[in-house]
Design a protein around this ligand. Structure first.
Ligand code: FES
Length: 71
């Protein structure tokens, strides 16, 4: 799912940035450019950051786990 429409960055790209060490919105932007345009996606990037920090973050539960139907 595209999170950052300005840069065409998906939640998968943002998770990869977080898992490679980005721990702030600015750091995510530095790694994959998400959030470096209008800033409208910052809330979702922050939710992904929080989900990845949570113990269950890597299990697939998180912002999109809540929104998307499970398979
Ligand atoms: S939608 Fe991400 S910076 Fe504009």
């Amino acid at each position: 799912m595209i999170v950052c429409h300005c840069k065409g960055i998906s939640d998968r790209d943002i998770r990869a940035a977080v898992r490679s060490g980005a721990n702030t919105i600015a750091a995510v932007g530095a790694r994959c450019a998400a959030g470096t345009g209008c800033g409208g996606c910052h809330v979702v990037i922050d939710e992904i950051l929080q989900a990845e920090r949570a113990p269950q973050g890597r299990s697939g539960a998180g912002v999109f786990g809540r929104l998307a139907p499970s398979r």
